[in-house]
Design a protein around this ligand. Structure first.
Ligand code: GLC
Ligand code: CA
Length: 563
């Protein structure tokens, strides 16, 4: 097992709070690199590609779940929290990954899924085999149904993936029996977070991975653990994780019975105490909690270290809206002494290269299918790069989702027959789901499966266009998205922008554009549709090929200037 002192980053002092400024790279293990050719990415695949990530200049990797799982929701359905899924490798492979990443100064963050387990988890199997009202049932959310014979679900809650959030079981005597709650697929029963055994179990799971050298956790559906007393009906009919109130001011919010309950903060604090038993670990919440003033309460000093800034992620490519969300984020997070944590893409949303140029973005958790209006790939790439260059100049931490450093677009023409997201099946194809952002990434333009696997196997088909985005085609090529990211990350580190602060300099640019200064770096973003002359100063990096000779920053382009 890896002892944390063996790794390069431990040279930094304990308590150095590395996460405040870190750039963390999200790996979606199924789709990163396939080491054994079965078409599914795995841990040996990740380990073999660590040099590419070290070159990119990231500080840590967050891996989507690697734990044992029947993979009904790509690993977000865990059957054993203390083992590695055999498709991905072994505990030994995990230890090696932590070790080798550590040698390169890269930390490994695990994904913890505490809201629900897999139906194959031993506790759920025990619950099914036990009586209503038993201790085994009480670890999950079992209830009697409504109606004369209990034939109706206990309330009106809908699954995030579509359909009713309850499934009725057959009791041991062969009769229809109680219902269990699943906010996601029916293979993902929700835990009962009022139950002391559940709480103790997760403390122990945290320690298991911390002892093994994990740098911390990204915590799945962190805002959904506690349900309102009595499980009252939902008033709104919005089923996204943000709830329908995403953009409403705080005083207009409708109380919601399962998202963002006050009781969750107690769990946050409990986990923070566990992490604080160790040096230098961090946890980041997946909490779709709005508005930002509420989200910031998640990162008070005794709760999470970070929480994904989904308000920023959901903001359209619009100057005033971006400026407002940046201001509000910095203000709200600094109120509680926390850094903002910027993010544009992940495995649940349409890739930002596609999203920012697409007018009718479907609801969160949904994708674009072949029958939808098709996005403008070139405009998307331009804006995607610009948004990244805008984001990476900001103070705080940032997350990058695998493939965004290549400028990968969403796969928007996946056929129904290859789709795997439970959302697609639970809505009979009405919502195509999230597979389009989960396609295995291209390493080489000329190899089979674009270098993702040696056999050409790939669990989702890759679009032909991926050859243009392959890492091998971009590496060392000036102006490529990969080289852009490398330069942005290097400048960010050299200038300590993560620890910096933001000062608006909008008088330096025409109306409709914006400019901010962080330390000695001036970041200029052209949201207008007209080019304009750059403010004075040495050009450090730009998204615009040939800007040096042209001198004018075009629409949807960004320049970093030394000022
Ligand atoms: C989170 C994950 C998502 C998963 C869901 C249920 O939102 O990011 O991929 O489907 O939780 O675990
Ligand atoms: Ca594999």
């Amino acid at each position: 097992m890896l002892l944390p002192m063996q790794s390069k980053f431990s040279e930094s002092k304990p308590g150095a709070e590395w996460w405040r400024s870190a750039v963390i790279y999200q790996i979606y293990p199924r789709s990163f690199a396939d080491g054994n050719g079965d078409g599914i990415g795995d841990i040996p695949g990740i380990t073999s590609r660590l040099d590419a990530l070290a070159e990119l200049g990231i500080d840590a990797i967050w891996c989507s779940p690697l734990t044992k799982s029947p993979q009904k929701d790509a690993g977000y359905d865990v059957s054993d929290y203390r083992d590695i899924e055999p498709l991905f490798g072994t505990l030994g492979d995990f230890d090696e990954l932590v070790q080798k990443a550590g040698e390169r100064g890269i930390r490994i963050i695990m994904d913890l899924v505490p809201n629900h387990s897999s139906e194959e988890h031993i506790w759920f199997q025990e619950a099914l085999a036990s009586e209503p009202g038993s201790a085994a049932r009480n670890r999950y959310m079992f209830r009697d149904g409504k109606g004369e014979t209990g034939q109706l679900p206990p309330n009106n809650w809908e699954s995030v993936f579509g359909g009713v959030a309850w499934t009725r079981i057959t009791e041991k005597d062969g009769n229809p029996g109680q219902w269990y709650l699943h906010m996601f697929d029916k293979s993902q029963p929700d835990f009962n977070w009022e139950n002391e055994e559940v709480k103790a179990e997760f403390d122990s799971v945290l320690r298991f991975w911390l002892d093994r050298g994990a740098a911390g956790f990204r915590i799945d559906v962190a805002h959904g653990l506690v349900k309102a007393e009595g499980l009252p009906d939902v008033v709104s009919n919005d089923t996204t994780m943000a709830g329908e109130d995403a953009n409403k001011p705080a005083d207009e919010l409708t109380p919601h019975p399962f998202w963002g309950q006050e009781g969750v903060h107690e769990i946050n604090r409990r986990w923070r105490k566990v992490l604080d038993e160790y040096d230098d670990r961090a946890m980041c919440a997946e909490a779709w909690v709005m508005p930002l003033s509420k989200m910031a309460t998640w990162v008070r000093s005794d709760e999470y270290h970070q929480t994904f800034n989904f308000a920023f992620l959901e903001t359209k490519w619009n100057r005033d809206k971006m400026k407002a969300v940046i201001n509000e984020s910095i203000a709200e997070f600094s109120n509680v002494g926390a850094p903002p944590t910027w993010v544009l893409s992940n495995h649940d949303v349409i890739r930002h290269t596609t999203r920012l140029s697409y007018d009718q973005v479907p609801k969160q958790g949904d994708g674009i299918g072949p029958d939808y209006a098709q996005p403008d790939e070139a405009l998307g790439l331009k804006r995607g790069r610009a948004a990244s260059a805008m984001m990476l100049g900001l103070p705080g931490g940032a997350y990058i989702y695998q493939g965004e450093e290549l400028g990968l677009p969403e796969h928007t023409t996946l056929d129904g027959s290859v789709r795997q997201d439970p959302t697609y099946f639970r809505t009979n194809g009405e919502r195509v789901g999230r597979d389009g952002c989960r396609v295995p990434i291209p390493w080489s333009a000329t190899e089979s499966a674009f270098g993702f696997s040696s056999t050409g196997n790939s669990w989702l088909p890759q679009p032909d266009a991926f050859s243009n985005y392959a890492r091998s085609s971009q590496k060392g090529k000036p102006g490529s998205t990969l080289e852009l990211y490398k330069s942005l990350l290097a400048l960010r580190k050299d200038n300590e922008l993560g620890h910096g602060s933001l000062e608006w300099k909008n008088d330096l640019v025409p109306q409709g554009a914006f400019a901010y200064k962080n330390g000695s770096v001036l970041v200029v973003v052209n949201f207008t549709n007209q080019p304009f002359a750059l403010p004075d100063g040495e050009l450090l990096i730009t998204t615009q090929w040939g800007l040096e000779t042209k001198g004018e920053l075009e629409a949807d382009q960004v320049a970093w200037i030394s000022a």
